[in-house]
Ligand binder design. Structure first.
Ligand code: ATP
Ligand code: MN
Length: 463
């Protein structure tokens, strides 16, 4: 007999079929009539399928009546129309095979109401809970939508390297990659001699695939990366991971406004697909995590994103009369409290802030004619704050070199990046979207550690 998923067995069209289901018991309860109900889940859908196991089964007393949450089983039987409310089908078992027992007293995740903090300590078991099952399916769907969106628009998927020699954002947040012996590294004039290291120079885990995406955009048109990125920020916030997944599209001949238009269509596509393809999982997040989430997401789909300059945003914050923890003035880096005031209280909408002070932003962002701002954009969403950071890139060789020196970078180290401007330079733009920030935004979950399979944060890399 072919294997059937629980998702399939729950569909009305399956009534009358013989099926073979394989999964984990969620609950078992015994009926007075001498039979048992087993709720079975195999990860294929949020909902379980109900199995009816009759007392006449040969292993009823010896095994079936000992099944508990967590036990793994194969169940063969027929799909019937269910007389019970809230489910179209149930499966009448003709054969129940137990693969693995699970001691209910010792099983760490058997209790209802386990906190997310606790579940992080049993990260290897948490995918078996409702929340983390729903999250895994949603994360899978979002990843698929991301590829579909760009593929349908003719973007090339580029695999950016994980190991890099240049720091795109400035020092301090990098994980070093080295094969030197930390106990006795080779020294030259009292300093570590990295010419003897594996790559013959200092290397780090990438913080962004943008510069490599630019290589491909500035030659082939439109490209995107989708891979892990690493930041050794010791910040321990609920929005920062040391290892997270970033999507970075890069487009030749696109200006900042084209970039905004793409970012908006991209986010809306992700939301539309999540609602359409994961309705049960999204319903769960609505009921159990954030009662506003579906209305909020549907509202965002209906309204255009606002576009507001940094300078106007500062004015709004100054005029708000709010006492912020970080005082507001032109030139400051906006903090989460400012971003959330703008999106949640003032505009009550998604906002794209653009044209930031040049002193706040990296060297590769295009300098405006005013000389003091750059063509940067951040997409801020209610509930999370920044989920996208992007810009039009500086395509003028002389300005780019000047910006590098101004931010303390050695143009010689970026000779290949400068070559893209030396030979057939083009106006171009791109942005970076953090996958985990999107998942926070879609689900209302409060901590970024709970939207990635195996979180990497300061002092924590267990599973
Ligand atoms: P923030 O100000 O929130 O630290 P950033 O300005 O450092 O973000 P960028 O360098 O612009 O972020 O990175 C692009 C996107 O990557 C961000 O908009 C965000 O979605 C995501 N991101 C950045 N840092 C992290 C992190 N440590 N963990 C998870 N996602 C992140
Ligand atoms: Mn950061």
């Amino acid at each position: 007999m072919d294997r059937t998923t629980v998702a399939d067995a729950r569909r009305e069209e399956s009534i009358g079929k013989q099926v073979r289901l394989q999964g984990w018991v969620r609950t078992r309860r015994d009926s007075k009539g001498g039979f048992s109900f087993i709720e079975l889940n195999d990860g294929s859908s949020f909902g379980n399928v109900q199995i009816v196991a009759e007392g006449a089964l040969p292993n009823y007393e010896s095994e079936i009546k000992k099944l508990h949450v967590g036990c793994s089983v194969t169940i063969e039987g027929e799909v019937l129309k269910s007389p019970a409310k809230g489910q179209a089908t149930e499966v009448k078992a003709s054969n129940v095979i137990v693969h693995g027992w699970c001691d209910p007293d010792a099983y760490p995740i058997q209790k209802k109401g386990a906190t997310f903090e606790f579940l992080r300590t049993v990260g290897h078991l948490r995918p078996r809970t409702n929340t983390f099952g729903a999250m895994a399916r949603l994360r899978n769907q979002v990843s698929y939508s991301i590829h579909q969106f760009f593929q349908e628009q003719g973007f090339l998927y580029v695999h950016a390297p994980i190991i890099g020699a240049s720091d795109c954002e400035g020092a301090g947040e990098l994980f070093r990659v080295t094969t030197l012996d930390p106990a006795k590294p080779p020294l030259l004039d009292g300093k570590i001699d990295y010419t003897q290291d594996f790559f013959g120079k200092p290397t780090f885990l990438t913080v962004s695939g943008q510069l490599q995406a630019e290589i491909f955009a500035c030659g082939l048109g439109k490209a995107y990366t989708f891979g892990p990125t690493f930041r050794a920020e010791n910040s321990n916030t609920s929005r920062h991971l040391a290892e997270f997944w970033m999507i970075e599209p890069e487009m030749a001949f696109h200006d900042l406004y084209d970039n905004m238009t793409l970012a908006e269509a991209f986010i809306k596509r992700i939301i539309t697909d999540a609602l359409a393809k994961c309705p049960e999982d999204m319903q769960f997040f609505q009921e159990r995590i954030d009662k506003e989430i579906l209305t909020r997401l549907e509202g965002i789909l209906k309204t255009p994103f606002l576009r507001v300059t940094y300078t106007d945003a500062i004015d709004i914050l100054l005029k708000s009369g709010k006492a912020f923890e970080y005082p507001v003035k032109w030139g400051i880096d906006l903090q989460s409290e400012h971003e959330r005031f703008l999106t949640e209280e003032h505009f009550k909408n998604t906002v794209i802030l653009h044209d930031y002070p040049r002193t706040l932003k990296p060297f590769y962002m295009r300098v405006n004619d005013d000389g003091t701002t750059v063509r940067a954009m951040d997409v801020l969403v209610p509930g999370v704050g920044e989920i996208i950071g992007g810009s039009q890139r500086e395509e003028r060789l002389d300005v780019l070199e000047e910006r590098m020196r101004e931010t303390g970078l050695d143009p010689a180290a970026y000779w290949w990046y400068l070559d893209l401007r030396k030979y057939g330079t083009v106006p171009h733009s791109g942005f970076g979207l953090g996958l985990e920030r999107v998942l926070l935004f879609l689900t209302g979950m409060g901590n970024i550690r709970d939207v990635i399979p195996c979180p990497r944060t300061p002092k924590s890399a267990e599973f």
